[in-house]
Design a protein around this ligand. Structure first.
Ligand code: NAD
Length: 553
């Protein structure tokens, strides 16, 4: 018997069925993560990032929804790797949900052990915002991707990518932001993607401009746009493990080269080249070891080609998917000769606690988001990056699922924005509460030595006390729900990170929660970097008044 796939869409509007707005918000955000407009493979509960899931099984999903609807305002629901396991009486100001995803004791923190537990129904992979119910579609990463390419433009190309070509791969949930981000930074993007449906999706949502017939065609088109100084994005169907080495063979070098295939997961993320008579899914199912070996071999070849293009003058950087590590494991000894994007372009922002801050309108009405856009333009008139981003976003971004917005804000900015939203809910300028969260790609809530904490000044890259402190601080400071994950972004064994979500429902309680948790959360970014010795973070702490006993500030 075949059953129709379930189609999930979050309720909209000012009426709730749960006993409090936090419970209602958690329920709607879980559902929104699985909205077909938002999720990459909703029928499998997969939201983005390879197999990043929102709930372990459909049964677990139903139980979570049911429990959130009956949860009292002094109770907390515990979720273990996507399964609701308990409701405890806590305090009214405590988080209503606590989530732990994919965590394993360090010695066992491998994909092999995870796969064994996953197959036994004991775990799920939560990625970052998939299992913590605050994914908002590709927009969620767009501004960050734009910030990265803009920083690359500033560092290497005099402030704009105009007249440059960037080659990258992966047009998935996150990688799909790359073509638009490169374009926003003024450049031309060639994006290699092995799955035609992903190319279609990015065309439909206006993240990608056009598709080329072949690599040669893509290069020809890109060179034309480059010569005219036109910003444009071009997709090309193919396997990066074949097409990036083909660039070397063709003796053609782009100005920038990076990658956002799901290389963090060699088994389910990165797709090795297959012969026309083979099917990748079948190969994986029937010959798992051969599949894994071929994925590793492909990633090694891919990285060798990136290294060669770098030697020939391309600016190469790793885009947070752990491709270099996979190549190293497959024998490419100099895989780490090109840097990760955080030390290359983003760390200064992290020293100010700056990072992706996002919010979602539970009314479902885009007008609510446009009203918050206008309010932020007035609140931060001197922040030029924010002004140009919000103006662009309001005009150009297609919403996926519940209307949402992202922008980068730092310490002592996020709480101002959040309290303003709370006032707007209270006085009726917004039609329903606003959910406020952030990515785990963040200044102070992640330990990820090949990404957020790569090349820390004091060598403390792998210290994961910081995300644990972040998790605990969020709970102590009034977050609506908190999560602690392992393996997001770069895969099992390589990262630990914490997620925070808050709520502006117009109440005094919300105002109090927001003014604690949205100060302390970005504050963790400042103190993490101050403690590691970054002068810019120490100055930020001093100027904005953070109490740092060990530094005498
Ligand atoms: P996704 O799984 O939704 O998409 C990955 C895409 O890569 C898919 O469309 C897939 O078809 C394609 N792909 C896989 N192998 C390929 C190959 N050999 N050649 C061409 N295309 C191939 O994942 P996502 O959410 O887009 O994330 C991509 C990666 O980026 C992940 O590793 C993720 O952890 C990482 N990530 C980075 C950031 C960041 O800011 N740098 C943020 C989030 C995630």
């Amino acid at each position: 018997m075949t059953t129709e796939p379930r189609v999930i869409r979050a309720p909209r509007g000012p009426q709730k069925t749960a006993k409090g707005w936090i419970q209602e918000a958690a329920k709607r955000m879980l559902m929104n993560n699985l909205d077909p407009e938002v999720a990459e493979h909703p029928e499998q509960l997969v939201v983005y990032g390879g197999r990043g899931k929102a709930a372990r099984t459909w049964e677990a999903f139903d139980k979570i929804v049911e429990t959130l609807d009956r949860l009292e305002n002094d109770e907390t629901l515990l979720v273990q790797s996507g399964k609701p396991v308990a409701v405890f009486r806590t305090f009214p100001h405590a988080p209503r949900v606590l989530i732990a995803n994919s965590n394993l004791v360090p010695h066992w923190a491998t994909w092999e052990e995870f796969d064994r537990l996953d197959a036994a129904g004991l775990m799920m992979y939560g990625q970052m915002t998939a299992g913590s119910w605050i994914y908002i579609g590709t927009q969620g990463i767009l501004q960050g991707t734009y910030e990265t390419f803009a920083a690359a433009a500033k560092k290497h190309f005099g402030g704009s990518l105009k007249g440059t070509i960037t080659v990258t791969a992966g047009l998935g949930g996150m990688g799909g932001a790359q073509p638009l981000a490169v374009k926003l930074a003024g450049g031309v993007a060639i994006c290699i993607e092995v799955d035609p449906t992903r190319i279609e999706k990015r065309l439909e949502t206006r993240y990608l401009d056009e598709v080329a017939n072949s690599l040669q065609d893509a290069i020809k088109k890109a060179e034309g746009y480059k010569a005219e100084g036109v910003a444009r994005s071009i997709g090309v169907l193919g396997n990066a493990a074949e097409l990036v080495p083909a660039l070397v063979e063709m003796n053609w070098t782009p100005e920038l080269i990076t990658d956002q295939t799901s290389a963090h997961d060699p088994m389910w993320g990165y797709i090795p080249p297959v012969r026309p008579d083979e099917d990748a899914g079948q190969l994986r199912a029937e010959h798992a070891e051969e599949y894994r070996a071929r994925a590793y071999e492909a990633m090694a070849g891919h990285v060798r080609a990136i290294l060669e293009l770098q030697k020939r003058g391309a600016v190469a950087f790793d885009y947070g998917n752990n491709l270099r590590q996979r190549a190293l494991e497959a024998g490419v000894e100099n895989a780490f000769d090109y840097p990760g994007f955080v030390p290359a372009f983003i760390r200064d922002s992290f020293c100010e606690g700056r990072g992706p801050f996002r919010w979602v309108a539970l009314s479902g009405d885009p007008e609510d988001i446009y009203a918050t856009d206008r309010a932020l333009l007035e609140l931060f008139p001197e922040d030029e990056r924010l002004q140009s981003w919000l103006t662009y976003a309001a005009d150009q971004i297609a919403f996926q699922g519940l209307p949402a917005r992202i922008c980068w804000l730092g310490y002592k900015e996020r709480d101002q924005a959040a309290r303003l939203f709370n006032d707007m809910v209270r006085d009726g300028r917004l039609k329903a509460p606003i959910v406020i969260g952030r990515d785990h790609l963040d200044a102070g809530s992640v330990a990820s030595p090949y990404r957020e904490t790569e090349a820390m000044l004091d060598g403390s890259d792998a210290v994961s006390d910081w995300p644990l402190l972040n998790f605990a601080t969020g709970i102590a400071s009034g977050a609506a729900w908190m999560s602690f994950h392992h393996g997001g972004g770069v895969g099992l064994g390589f990262s630990q990170h914490s997620g925070l979500v808050a709520l502006a429902d117009g109440s005094d309680e919300a105002a109090e929660r927001l003014s604690r948790c949205l100060v302390n959360d970005p504050g963790m970014g400042v103190i993490r970097h101050a403690d590691a010795g970054y002068e810019h973070a120490i100055e930020t702490a001093r100027e904005r008044g953070i109490d740092l006993p060990s530094l005498g500030i």
